[in-house]
Write a protein that binds this ligand. Structure first.
Ligand code: SAM
Ligand code: FES
Length: 347
């Protein structure tokens, strides 16, 4: 039965909610991973896009229950790079061959629109694609960043279960998060979203809804992260058993539903499994986001415990990631890697 669903999904890229639930519930998902890998090769090729991640501030006004840098975590040593430091880090990343810079932070109000637009303009002079991942903003703010040159925006929906979202993200509204995603889409960004997998109270049915939500938007990129409990958060005593396997299945089904989007092999995957990112690349993923944040600041951006590469420098991470990618017969694509580029170039 699931063989027949897989066969059809690789050709039509449509699945009902019940079929998605069935695939996510598979005990042995090897055939699902093989199908996702086949669709990945056909629609985005063997190239892997690298995105240089700069974690530029761990200040955050929000209090998401799962997140290690939530405002309420008083144990966190806070840091904030200056605009000059951010631009310098981006220049370094470009010197290592990166074609995309991702600026990520908590929701830090110190970076007002003027400061951010100035940083965006300076980084865009480096001839790179620029992605922002800085949380919920007004439509006007998103429009200003876009006018300054930002190309992409990452904002995970985390979960499409509104009740669960508002329980885990107190003082935040699920409708506002959805509003942000639609505003970003209308403003012409490439939009990345995604889910946390394994949240307490999350059901397989709601994970299926997440995938259908990404297909409906539609997203240009989607990152699936296994939830990893952080000891200094209210969810400290939750478990992470099975989250890796479920996240891998989510990612694979997403590749079947949205065959040509960009899907990252997330860092959290490798925290839970030593081969996590390679397994993800073999199950539908085509993007890796190596950390290019200065080694001094990495330990302070602890969203979850056990984050990989904390003691490594950006140059080492760049080489290490490329070697890993080559070890599975894939290669680093030296391009900006916009959604749909591969198919356009092929035809
Ligand atoms: N502030 C921005 C935002 O809200 O989109 C970007 C930073 S936020 C820390 C980036 C992502 O980290 C979140 O979307 C969430 O999915 C992930 N994250 C937070 N806590 C996590 C945890 N305990 N385990 C795994 N991922 C986590
Ligand atoms: Fe703001 Fe996690 S609570 S980044």
């Amino acid at each position: 039965m699931s063989d027949e669903i897989l066969q059809r999904a690789t050709q039509t890229h449509t699945l009902s909610k019940a079929e998605i639930v069935r695939l996510l519930s598979l005990e042995n998902a090897e055939k699902l991973f093989v199908a996702a890998d086949k669709v990945r090769r056909q629609f985005v090729g063997d190239g892997v896009y690298l995105r240089a991640l700069i974690e530029f501030s761990n200040y955050c006004k929000n209090n998401c229950l799962y997140c290690g840098i939530r405002a309420g975590n008083t144990h966190v040593k806070r840091y904030r790079l200056t605009p000059q430091q951010i631009i310098k880090t981006a220049q370094q990343a470009v010197s290592y061959g990166y074609k995309t810079i991702v600026l990520q932070s908590g929701e830090d109000v110190w970076f007002d629109t003027d400061k951010l637009c100035e940083i965006i303009r300076e980084i865009k002079k480096l001839d790179v694609a620029l992605t922002l991942s800085i949380g919920e903003k007004s439509r006007e703010e998103y429009a200003a960043y876009r006018a300054a040159g930002a190309d992409r925006y990452l904002l995970r929906i985390e979960t499409t279960d509104k009740n669960l979202y508002e329980k885990l993200d107190p003082q935040m509204s699920w409708e506002n998060r959805v509003r942000c995603l639609y505003d970003l889409k209308e403003l012409g960004y490439e939009v990345g979203s995604g889910s946390l997998v394994g949240l307490p109270g999350q059901t397989v049915e709601s994970l299926a809804d997440d995938l259908l939500f990404f297909q409906k938007l539609p997203v240009d990129m989607a990152g699936i992260g296994p939830f990893i409990p952080h000891p200094q958060t209210p969810l400290a005593n939750e478990k992470s058993d099975g989250h890796f396997e479920l996240a891998l299945k989510m990612m694979a089904v997403m590749r079947l539903l949205l065959p040509d989007i960009n899907i990252p092999a997330t860092t959290a995957m490798e925290t839970l499994h030593p081969q996590g990112r390679l397994l993800a690349l073999k199950s539908g993923a085509n993007v890796v986001m190596p950390n290019t944040t200065d080694t001094e600041f990495r330990p302070m951006y602890e969203l979850y415990p056990g984050k990989i590469c904390l003691g490594d420098c950006a140059e080492k991470c760049r080489g290490c990631v490329e070697n890993k990618i080559n070890s599975i017969g894939r290669f680093v694509a030296h391009k900006k890697g916009f959604h749909g580029d591969y198919l356009k170039e092929k035809n």
